[in-house]
Design a protein around this ligand. Structure first.
Ligand code: ADE
Length: 238
């Protein structure tokens, strides 16, 4: 069974080149993923096709309204029997990491809501009970790019999408360490040489060198990941 990804947005056109290129396209071409778009504005009922309004209590910006959002979600969900995992992309959400991506990649259906403007009427969250996901501590103009980030991270984990490249996924992040440095031809470029061990043909030595590099990098660059790794390692060995 393929994964169905529903995308609710005011700007479905933003997704065209993304789902029509590279891995996200390959996933759909192989029948492993299906993308379905719902334009939230299609559910506006007034002459201006409004989807947002001024915030109660005053303040800047506009807030996405309940009715268009609830109607769009209900319309999309009716199109298929599979239960949808609802996701709202918002800087208020839980910060995305690989463990969350792995979890989502196992679902039969994900419905992503990308909002524009200053935010959502809180009753959308209260009534639809979606997962709220942030892709990082910065503010985008809307949830569309965040939805694309999430889609990309998910579809590459679906068995069969990457084929022979699949193995590379298992190494990075899954065990909590950053990747080791990689090199390709030529052996020397502008007086910079490839580490000798990689040319040695000694697979055990190469594996040991790579693991050491991964640990060193993680320790230097991501003390947060390093601490988590050490704790897990204690759990495994101690
Ligand atoms: N919408 C706006 N900013 C966002 C972010 N950082 N993550 C997810 N959705 C967003």
């Amino acid at each position: 069974m393929s994964l169905r990804i529903d995308i609710l947005t005011l700007f479905p056109d933003m997704f065209g080149p993304f789902i029509g290129t590279s891995i996200p396209k390959r996933a759909a071409d192989k029948g492993l993923v299906e993308y379905q778009f719902t334009n939230i504005r299609d559910f506006a009922t007034d002459a201006h096709k409004s989807v947002d309004d001024k915030p109660f209590g005053g303040g800047h910006g506009m807030v996405m309204m309940c009715q268009t959002m609830f109607d769009a979600v209900e319309s999309a969900e009716k199109q298929d029997d599979r239960p949808a995992t609802r996701v709202v992309l918002t800087p208020q959400g839980k910060r995305l990491d690989q463990a969350m991506v792995e979890d989502l990649a196992k679902k039969p259906r994900i419905l992503m809501i990308a909002g524009r403007y200053e935010g959502f009427d809180e009753r959308i969250i209260e009534g639809l009970r979606p997962m709220e996901i942030s892709i990082g501590d910065y503010v985008l103009s809307g949830g569309e790019l965040a939805a694309m980030v999430l889609i990309d991270a998910i579809v590459r984990l679906i068995p069969g999408v990457l084929g022979a490249e699949q193995g590379s996924i298992d190494e990075s992040f899954a065990d909590g360490l950053l990747e080791h440095p990689q090199y390709t031809r030529p052996r020397t470029y502008r007086e910079m040489s490839v580490p000798e061990v990689l040319l040695s043909g000694d697979h055990k030595a190469i594996a040991a060198w790579r693991l050491e590099q991964r640990k060193q990098r993680t320790q230097e660059r991501r003390p947060d990941l390093w601490q988590a790794y050490l704790q897990n390692d204690d759990g495994r060995t101690g």
